[in-house]
Ligand binder design. Structure first.
Ligand SMILES: *[C@@H]1O[C@H](CO)[C@@H](O)[C@H](O)[C@H]1NC(C)=O
Ligand SMILES: *[C@@H]1O[C@H](CO)[C@@H](O)[C@H](O)[C@H]1NC(C)=O
Ligand SMILES: *[C@@H]1O[C@H](CO)[C@@H](O)[C@H](O)[C@H]1NC(C)=O
Length: 398
């Protein structure tokens, strides 16, 4: 073989070798590349799945803190639970709508408040109210479970209270006997705590504006829960009172400055609490009861007895027991402090809660104020509907 051919041959061989090497390298590179890409893709989906999970968890946590587990119910669910809003399921009438008892498919009992279309509440106000109530969580406030908005229907779903409302106990001769003083005191204390939370302890300052016996519900352990926030008003941080041209509330529980001038404040709630206290102690309804002899209203009659030094005559007969009389008289005293004519003279709820527990001396009450009665601008005697317990009593402010 000539030398030049030999060189050529060698070059040829080297070239082929190179080709094979290149092919192998490329092949390996491609395989690695593909593997890498596959790996990356799988990793990315994993990552995305993880990310999505995280986002979902975050949303759940956030949803819980923001919306407090308020659930949206479909109208069909609510209709099924209440037998199509059957009158047999009717529990009563609250401000702005009828309340029904319902049973969900899983057996859980609920209270369903169907707002009447004439409630005049718009969609945004309704949603705001839902969010507001959902944020209020306290052992002495009824808990909102969910809501339903569909077509014209606006519905609130609350936890169901086994023992019904306080008025069905204290104003009923036979059921009232079940309530001994310690149970009554626990109820008084619970209501005071619930109201204190609304006024001072929650993130918002809330004035209920319609505290009354029928708006206090009792659970299976007789723990009282304040309900019906349809008329509640939020007032700004430092603000403690507001003014309205439309006075809503219930005669007999309204503070004079609210009933007459439309000025509401935490102190007008304190006044309503004072009336409630008087009713729990006496077993008599402020709005419906007048003394058979002199026709005085409950507040006037109680105040008269107090001034004459005969407070024990007011106490519900079921409560006559010497050992507890001094405690009852202390509560009566506190109720007069809550019923002071001028709102500055009334204690705030944190003072009330403190006074209920302490044994120290109490300030002497001045003249009590009242709205129902002979001297009131709108005597209940001229009001044929005065026994009617429906809340949405509206009178124009003067
Ligand atoms: C409720 O009403 C719907 C339609 O009107 C009807 O189909 C359904 O059977 C009713 N359900 C009950 C429990 O009455
Ligand atoms: C309240 O309800 C519970 C459960 O239904 C019942 O056991 C209890 O007797 C009720 N309490 C009163 C005072 O009626
Ligand atoms: C409640 O009243 C007491 C006694 O007057 C007072 O010391 C306290 O600051 C009041 N609390 C609020 C939140 O206004």
């Amino acid at each position: 073989m000539p030398a030049s051919e030999q060189v050529n041959h060698k070059e040829e061989k080297d070239k082929q070798k190179m080709k094979v090497i290149v092919i192998v390298v490329v092949a390996i590179a491609v395989v690695f590349g593909v593997l890498l890409i596959l790996y990356c893709i799988s990793k990315r989906t994993n990552f995305r799945e993880k990310l999505e999970n995280n986002v979902m968890i975050d949303q759940n946590i956030e949803g819980q803190s923001e919306d407090m587990e308020v659930t949206f119910f479909t109208l069909a669910t609510v209709a099924t639970a209440t037998n199509n809003f059957s009158s047999n399921n009717k529990l009563g009438q609250g401000g702005f709508g009828l309340v029904y008892k319902g049973t969900l498919v899983d057996g859980k009992e609920i209270a369903v408040k169907r707002l009447s279309q004439s409630s005049g509440q718009g969609l945004n106000e309704f949603k705001n109210e839902v969010i507001l109530i959902a944020k209020l969580q306290h052992r002495n406030l009824v808990r909102l479970l969910g809501y339903c908005i569909e077509g014209d229907e606006k519905i609130l779903i609350y936890e169901y209270m086994l023992n019904g409302s306080l008025d069905s106990f204290i104003f009923d001769q036979t059921r009232a006997e079940v309530l001994g003083w310690s149970m009554r005191f626990n109820i008084i204390h619970g209501i005071a705590r619930g109201l204190l939370y609304l006024h001072e302890d929650s993130r918002l300052r809330i004035i209920h504006r319609d505290l009354k016996a029928s708006n206090v519900l009792l659970d299976s352990k007789m723990i009282p829960k304040i309900s019906d926030f349809g008329m509640a008003r939020i007032v700004g941080g430092d603000q403690t009172e507001g003014n309205t041209r439309r006075v809503v509330g219930t005669y007999g529980y309204m503070a004079p400055e609210y009933a007459i001038n439309g000025i509401f404040s935490v102190k007008s709630d304190v006044f309503s609490f004072g009336i409630l206290l008087l009713e729990i102690i006496s077993g008599k309804k402020n709005r419906a009861w007048f003394h058979p002899d002199h026709g005085l209203s409950l507040v006037e009659h109680a105040w008269k007895l107090w001034k004459e030094g005969r407070p024990l005559e007011l106490i519900d007969t079921c409560l006559e027991d010497a050992g507890i009389q001094s405690k009852i008289i202390r509560c009566l005293h506190i109720s007069f402090l809550c019923l002071q004519q001028h709102h500055d003279d009334r204690p705030n709820m944190s003072s009330v809660v403190m006074l209920l527990h302490s044994e120290g001396s109490l300030p002497e009450p001045k003249e009590v104020g009242f709205f129902v009665g002979k001297k009131s601008p709108s005597s209940s005697k001229n009001q044929p509907s005065s026994v009617n317990e429906i809340t949405n009593t509206v009178l124009e402010a003067r």
